[in-house]
Ligand binder design. Structure first.
Ligand code: HEC
Ligand code: HEC
Ligand code: HEC
Ligand code: HEC
Ligand code: HEC
Ligand code: HEC
Ligand code: HEC
Length: 263
């Protein structure tokens, strides 16, 4: 990463240690900037050079035609010899692969390897290192929830909660119901309450206290010593634990027996 990035860090005149720090920061900032310029090092393939998206079209027509809509289609290489390197940002330079007629093993296939993504999304690596996180690797990969080739990289488009929920439900059927007494909160998507990558809180919750529920169930309080939630005084309940661990609303995703989300 050294040669590649330091050539762009021209203005910086700091100690070497500080410089390395700023390179890491710059990489992230660049990856988040609106013009989609990313400074990074794509996978290396000895002896191969970059060919551009068009060179893949002949043999991977379906992927290339869908790729126009992809977030990652906007990634460009930097410098005088810039080509639109979209595919090769993740797959590495393609000349040897192209010349071989597409032989397996001549180009990088990220599959279950998250390092290809961490080149530009270093912050995400941090999330997966938190105490309660999805076990990225064999059991679950970035591609289970993200599509690198079409449209928004977030399957279901992030805001389309039903479809985002479907992404989670591939593996977590129990939480999706159908329930006799549905909890409307799940309609807003699983990420209303859970972080998708990882969290310091148990069960990958966004917060491990009442605030998780009060984001929707907050009620204007009318008298001291009374804690109204759902029209009922909860003052003696809230000291017992969280809404879901105090023995009251254990069935937080939905219930088959009780409209107050109990078992
Ligand atoms: C953001 C990273 C990224 C970009 C950009 C990208 N790919 Fe991929 N590609 C992947 C990942 C990750 C996989 C592995 C998917 C899997 O195993 O489910 C993959 C798999 C593939 C495969 C293997 C066949 C398959 O479906 O398993 C082909 C072929 C392919 N990509 C072609 C392309 C082409 C052509 C482009 C450009 C139009 C492109 N990719 C752009 C990340 C990317
Ligand atoms: C001359 C045809 C041809 C061209 C050009 C071509 N590919 Fe392929 N590619 C193939 C074939 C054939 C396979 C094997 C596909 C299979 O078995 O599903 C393949 C496989 C792949 C794989 C999976 C490799 C593996 O080892 O698992 C990736 C990734 C890939 N291509 C990306 C690209 C990218 C990116 C480009 C453009 C830079 C490109 N291909 C250009 C024919 C081609
Ligand atoms: C070459 C750098 C680069 C690589 C490699 C890369 N990304 Fe990205 N990714 C970006 C940039 C730049 C954006 C746009 C950021 C923005 O909009 O703020 C982005 C956006 C995203 C988004 C948000 C998409 C959206 O539509 O809002 C997801 C999810 C994502 N990438 C996942 C991945 C995954 C998974 C991989 C590995 C298969 C990967 N990325 C590899 C640079 C990269
Ligand atoms: C369990 C499903 C899941 C897995 C696995 C997953 N993601 Fe995500 N990711 C999401 C969801 C859902 C969002 C949208 C976040 C939101 O709506 O709060 C997201 C958002 C993102 C974003 C954009 C926002 C941000 O946090 O920067 C990036 C980049 C990203 N993911 C990269 C990755 C990478 C890289 C991997 C693999 C190392 C990965 N994700 C694995 C579900 C997942
Ligand atoms: C490809 C399968 C897969 C997908 C898709 C998936 N998960 Fe997971 N999830 C797992 C695995 C594996 C674990 C860890 C093993 C376990 O505790 O069950 C896990 C654990 C969890 C946990 C913590 C469970 C605990 O007991 O601590 C939560 C919460 C969770 N996932 C929510 C989600 C959400 C939200 C989504 C969608 C954004 C999602 N998952 C998508 C496989 C998946
Ligand atoms: C209203 C907030 C909320 C929503 C929305 C939500 N969850 Fe949860 N989820 C929780 C809480 C709270 C727990 C912890 C329950 C416990 O500790 O008993 C939990 C626990 C889990 C667990 C761990 C196993 C278990 O049941 O204890 C998984 C897996 C999970 N949720 C997946 C999902 C999926 C998938 C979705 C979307 C369909 C979803 N959650 C939507 C609040 C929510
Ligand atoms: C995204 C918003 C949202 C979040 C977050 C949320 N809820 Fe709900 N909840 C609703 C909606 C909407 C209803 C149905 C309307 C109503 O009764 O207020 C509901 C209904 C309920 C009910 C049934 C009330 C009844 O008896 O009819 C209970 C119990 C409940 N929620 C508990 C919780 C708990 C516990 C949490 C935190 C783990 C939580 N909710 C988080 C939106 C939310």
């Amino acid at each position: 990463m050294n040669d590649h990035t330091s050539s762009r860090s021209g203005g910086f005149r700091k100690s070497k240690a500080a410089l390395f720090g700023s390179i890491a920061v710059m990489t992230i900032l660049a990856a988040c900037s609106v013009n989609y310029q990313a400074y990074f090092r794509p996978p290396q393939i000895p002896g191969a050079s970059f060919m551009g998206v068009q060179s893949c079209e002949e043999c991977h027509e379906e992927i290339v035609s869908g790729f126009d809509s992809a977030t990652h289609a906007k990634l460009l290489a930097d410098g005088n010899h810039a080509v639109n390197m979209g595919c090769e940002a993740c797959h590495g330079p393609g000349s040897i692969h192209n010349d071989s007629g597409g032989e397996i093993g001549t180009i990088h296939n990220p599959q279950a390897d998250p390092d290809t993504c961490y080149q530009c999304h270093l912050d995400v690596k941090g999330s997966f290192a938190l105490a309660h996180a999805h076990p990225i690797g064999d059991q679950i990969t970035c591609n289970d929830c993200h599509d690198p080739h079409y449209g928004s990289a977030i399957k279901g488009g992030g805001v389309a909660s039903m479809r985002e929920g479907e992404t989670c439900v591939q593996c977590h059927q129990a939480q999706a119901g159908p329930f006799v007494f549905e909890h409307e909160a799940t309609r807003d998507g699983c990420t209303t309450c859970h972080t998708p990558h990882g969290s310091p809180s148990e069960k990958m919750l966004k917060t491990s206290n009442q605030m998780l529920c009060l984001q929707c169930h907050f009620q204007q309080q009318t008298a001291p010593d009374v804690i109204l939630i759902g029209g009922r005084n909860h003052a003696s309940f809230v000291s017992r634990g969280t809404c879901w661990t105090a023995g009251c609303h254990e069935s937080v995703h939905g219930s088959h027996v009780n409209s107050s989300l109990r078992y």
